[in-house]
Ligand binder design. Sequence first.
Ligand code: 601
Length: 329
Amino acid sequence: ATGSVVATPAQYDAEYLSPVSIGTPAQTLMLDFDTGSSDLWVFSSETPKSSVQGQTVYNPSKSSTAKKLSGATWKISYGDGSSSSGSVYTDKVTIGGLSVSNVAVESAQKVSREFTAEADLDGLLGLAFSSINTVQPTQQKTFFDMAKPSLDSAVFTADLKYGKAGKYNFGYIDDSAYNGSLTYTAVDSSNGWWMFTSPGYAVGSGTLDSTSITGIADTGTTLLLVPSSVVTTYYKQIRNARYDSSQAGYVFPCSTSLPSFTYAVGNSQIVIPGKYINFAPVDSAGSSCFGGIQSDEGIGFSIFGDVALKAAFVVFDGSQSPRLGFASK
Ligand SMILES: CN(C)c1ccc(C(=O)NN)cc1
């Protein structure tokens, strides 16, 4: 089996949302596919009304295939401080024509204000390793792990794009979606993430600096978060860039033309065009813009978020020895 689903960017490519059908008859929600976490959770009929501001909710009592997972609970918090928690059902989940039964669908009984504020986001679909799923007392498998036995190939691919819809495919690699060849690199999944080491980087047309960057491929994080030494080197190339403590990040005039940022993957390189690194205006005046490359200070590893991933076609190979494949596009 295979599946293919569109990934539509929300405000300033802050996140990418994909339609997911849950239950019988189908209840279709827009979920943020997140390779940085492993819980499939949704706004639901159990979410306090005051916390639901525009989201579509899953109602298990209206699904003939929903079953309460008795005694199961979940609770998750994300890098940006947001969080959610609740109860658990199992139900049929269909993504882009790929149907899987008895998937753990985590029903939100609490969501933090950051989620309430995202009217277009109805939940998250975790695509990291099931070892970090938060359901207790019985940890649950991700949609991908549940789908794996049925898939033609134990892979999914992320093809996110700048300011327009991209795609997630399950079970196959669309060789027409990228240029040249895929370069595969080793994954350390011991912490539950798709963690890899980039052997170097370059700013603009500069030479490759062999400072390695170890981080996670995380479609659920918007920006590229790297060591402060790399951040400093990048913004040093931009005359009017400055660290804005009120924004807790580097900003620059929105009219600035930005240098590209290249990250190495094995012996090949992915070039992030400069325009991808102008993330969004920090004020309604639109005079100063927030950089798409910021520091990973204090996290302990880097995060290759959407700013980095949307410059590539990425294969998440979930075979016996997981690996990541990157190609330019
Ligand atoms: C508040 N929202 C929409 C979030 C979505 C995803 C994440 C995240 O760190 N994923 N790896 C955080 C927050």
